[in-house]
Write a protein that binds this ligand. Structure first.
Ligand SMILES: [Fe+2]
Length: 382
């Protein structure tokens, strides 16, 4: 048996942010708490939201204290606003960190906690306040996932809360909000979306529903990420990237990711690397390792990248998907040599142990993997 779940409503298109106030009204919201970070506020990206809410007569307050890779300490920072404002709806605006923070705040406004009891799968007792999630990067897909990743301050590690109570009521995808994302962030967040699509597509929990979403996402990212990186004002490329990231998010929250994300969690926290960057440079290593487990799907990925796989033995054709990803990383100026990120072989066993402890990710990987396999992968790519 397989189950596919997703958010009930997705609104997309250039300028669709203008529909926000109407959406809040339809949901019966009257007091909206906007959750974002200071960078988003400084860029003026809250203004179009506020304008639309004002037109609909929706009162709003802004909490802009989300930091990169947030932890549960966020709840202390937001308490002043959440205690006094009496929100009946939460709007998340930003990259994955802000959207995951909005999810946490939404559930903590209706659940008693403690918040660290909610890590893991289906541990949140009650639905949160209704949420509208609005991404400003084309990467995490968090606007359509039932996952919130938060650092646990007790152990200093990122952990996930997974619950259907973390689904938004509405995801609103307006490419205009992504136009000012700098090239480096466009590249790393776009690669994260590609990793979601590929790990979900080749994983053991893939279904016909997730395959359809993922293969389309891979094709769109292969065609558009270079263009969005080269010229952030290319609205067509931005729109395709934003929609592709959403498609991948809809898929991977039903399958989980795989070995790449498991390694990215451990390498990223060891060397303090952004999530998108870590997942990006690990991707060709893990694809090469996984290729023999599911060659047909890797052949499809190669074809989605425009590689000519006609009249070629399956294994060679499948490996062209790795070449295609390396070519993309080269064009995006992302090195896939581990030593370029300050890594040292003395850490490899610890990194491998931490990676293997991410059971939900490892169990979706198409090829079974041991700690020694991870150490070998790291050594081969140092
Ligand atoms: Fe990711």
């Amino acid at each position: 048996m397989q189950i596919f779940s997703s958010v009930p409503r997705i609104i997309s298109g250039l300028g669709c942010i203008e529909a926000l106030g109407d959406e809040v009204e339809k949901m019966g919201g009257t007091r909206a708490l906007i959750v974002c970070d200071q960078g988003i506020e400084a860029l003026g990206l809250v203004t179009p939201l506020a304008d639309s809410l004002n037109r609909s007569g929706v009162i709003h307050a802004v909490f802009s204290g989300v930091q990169a890779d947030p932890g549960l300490g966020l709840l202390n920072l937001s308490r002043e606003i959440t205690d006094n404002f009496e929100a009946d709806l939460v709007i998340g605006l930003g990259g994955g960190s802000a959207l995951d923070a909005a999810k946490l705040i939404s559930i903590m406004l209706t659940n008693e906690g403690p918040a660290d009891a909610y890590y893991g799968i289906n541990n949140i007792p009650r639905p949160g306040l209704p949420m509208i999630l609005i991404p400003t990067t084309a990467g995490t897909g968090s606007e359509v996932t039932n996952i919130s990743v938060m650092e646990d301050p007790k152990v200093g590690l990122k952990k996930a809360m997974i619950s259907d109570h973390l689904y938004a009521k509405v995801a609103l995808l307006d490419p205009n909000l992504t136009l000012d994302l700098p090239p480096r962030l466009t590249a790393t967040t776009g690669m994260d979306a590609l990793v979601h699509a590929i790990e979900s597509y080749v994983g053991v929990r893939a279904s016909v529903f997730t395959d359809t979403l993922n293969l389309k996402a891979i094709t769109m990212i292969a065609k558009n990420l270079r263009q969005a990186y080269a010229n952030g004002q290319n609205t067509a490329a931005r729109e395709n990237m934003l929609n592709a990231s959403c498609l991948a998010g809809m898929a991977f929250c039903n399958t989980q990711n795989g070995l790449d994300h498991a390694m990215a969690l451990s390498i990223g926290s060891k060397y303090h690397l952004p999530h998108g960057l870590a997942t990006a440079f690990i991707l060709p290593w893990v694809m090469e390792f996984n290729c023999i487990a599911n060659p047909d799907k890797f052949m499809n990925i190669a074809a989605a990248f425009g590689e000519d796989i006609e009249d070629m033995p399956d294994h060679e054709a499948a490996l062209l998907s790795v070449k295609a990803v390396k070519d993309l990383l080269h064009d995006l100026n992302i090195s896939y040599k581990l030593s370029d990120y300050g890594a040292d072989a003395v850490h490899f066993e610890g990194i491998a142990r931490a990676a293997l402890s991410a059971g939900q990710l490892i169990s979706n990987n198409p090829r079974q993997v041991t700690e020694q396999d991870v150490v070998n992968i790291l050594k081969e790519n140092l």
